[in-house]
Design a protein around this ligand. Structure first.
Ligand code: ASP
Ligand code: MG
Length: 401
């Protein structure tokens, strides 16, 4: 079999961890498999490099930033190769440009255009373990690029896709994908399988196990990802198109997103074109709007509420103030003390009463719901941030007992 294994920053944080991971790689190789390993930078290296850059220039060019950040992964692959050499295994480390990881020129958030298989195949044919630097690529002008934070997951999936790997294992510091954050919900369960769509929802809702783009890529190319722990040798969670569900499970997971803010545009005249103007202003400011609610306000007016990423709250308020006179609304409220809690499950819509169960759990916990939104595979509520963890636990108890 051809197996791609990716290890994240914490899995290779120091010499001891590097040696430990080398052991996992060595065992896989000893079973007779072809092994391609993708690594992240050690521990907090990427953050430290960003700090270093700031000390010298608070606004460095994105090009030079990528030259700097890509060095983190280059260190990891060299060190891992040395660890494997030390136990007598044939190994070669390769950078993004050496494997022909071609990207566009969007420094800091580059998209992969193609991955050449030539060099990778050549090394595998020599029965070498190939250790590839994640997160980095090269654009058409041979300038170094990076794929954005957490990008090594995407590197691993892209390589698994072009090599038609039999397995794509993403090793991390948790044992898989859970029904809720196991650090907050002690009785959270590890899932055996989850669908790409559920995973995408859970990731965007704040359950940070995999970079979203890697899941999108895996879905597009049908790469089955296995998320598993580099600390314990146990099977993890498979991310795939159709997932087997444990019999009694109505949903796959619960996520909370603390990084949201709610804006209320109060006293919008009850006339055609108002919602268009409000959200057109958001679109122009390139602000992603999530839950939207329109309700009756004071006579002849509506109140339009919506949520945005918390980092965009100020910009959103400013953009609304710019159109206040033209629209003639009363004022804007900004509330950053909110949290979005969501349940996710493919096939949720074909079962009845799922949303009611969630609302009942919140009612029993005396938690007020400010806004609700639904999609085919999720139900989200906006609540007071102070009750976020309590809400997740209450809903978890209701669905997973
Ligand atoms: N080292 C990069 C980061 O910290 C990429 C990665 O870890 O996947 O974001
Ligand atoms: Mg990382």
């Amino acid at each position: 079999m051809l197996i791609v294994q990716k290890f994240g920053g914490s899995s290779v944080a120091n010499a001891e961890r590097v040696r430990h991971v080398a052991g996992i790689i060595a065992d896989t190789y000893a079973e007779g498999h072809d092994v391609v390993v993708v690594l992240s930078a050690q521990g907090d290296t990427t953050d430290e490099l960003i700090e270093k850059a700031k000390e010298i220039n608070p606004k460095p060019s994105k090009r030079e930033m990528d030259v700097l950040l890509s060095t983190g992964e280059q260190q990891s692959v060299a060190l891992m190769s040395m660890a494997l050499e030390a136990i007598g295994l044939p190994v070669v480390s390769l950078t993004g440009w050496q494997i022909g990881m071609e990207t566009n020129a969007t420094y800091g958030a580059a998209r992969i255009i193609r991955v050449s298989t030539e060099r990778l195949r050549r090394e595998l044919d020599k029965r070498r373990i190939v250790i590839v630097a994640g997160f980095q690529g090269v654009d058409r002008n041979e300038d170094i690029t990076t794929l954005g934070r957490g990008g090594s997951d995407t590197t691993a999936v892209a390589i698994a896709a072009v090599l038609h790997a039999d397995k794509c294992q993403i090793y991390t510091d948790v044992e898989g994908v859970y029904t809720a954050d196991p650090r907050k919900v002690p009785n959270a369960r590890k899932l055996d399988e989850i669908t790409y769509d559920e995973m995408l929802e859970l990731a965007s809702l704040g359950a940070q196990v995999l970079m979203n783009r890697s899941v999108e890529l895996a879905k597009r190319y049908g790469v089955v990802i296995e998320v598993l722990s580099s600390y314990v040798r146990k099977s993890g969670t498979k991310v795939k198109e159709v997932a087997k569900k444990m019999e009694e499970m109505k949903i796959s997971g619960i996520a909370k997103d603390n990084d949201v803010a709610r804006l209320v545009v109060v006293g919008v005249p009850d006339e055609p074109g108002m919602a268009f103007r409000v959200f057109n202003a958001m679109a122009r400011a390139k602000i992603n709007v999530d839950i939207i609610l329109q309700s009756y306000g004071k006579a002849g007016t509506n109140d339009i509420s919506f949520t945005v990423p918390i980092t965009d709250a100020e910009a959103a308020a400013a953009a609304l103030n710019d159109i206040q006179e033209a629209i003639g609304f009363d004022h804007v409220n900004v509330d950053t003390n909110v949290c979005k809690v969501s349940i996710v499950g493919a096939g949720m819509m074909s079962a009845s009463g799922i949303a009611a169960l969630m609302f009942e759990a919140l009612y029993d916990a005396k938690i007020n719901i400010q806004m609700i939104s639904t999609s085919e595979i999720k139900v989200s509520v906006l609540i007071d941030k102070a009750y976020a963890d309590q809400a997740v636990q209450a809903i978890h108890n209701r669905f997973f007992g």
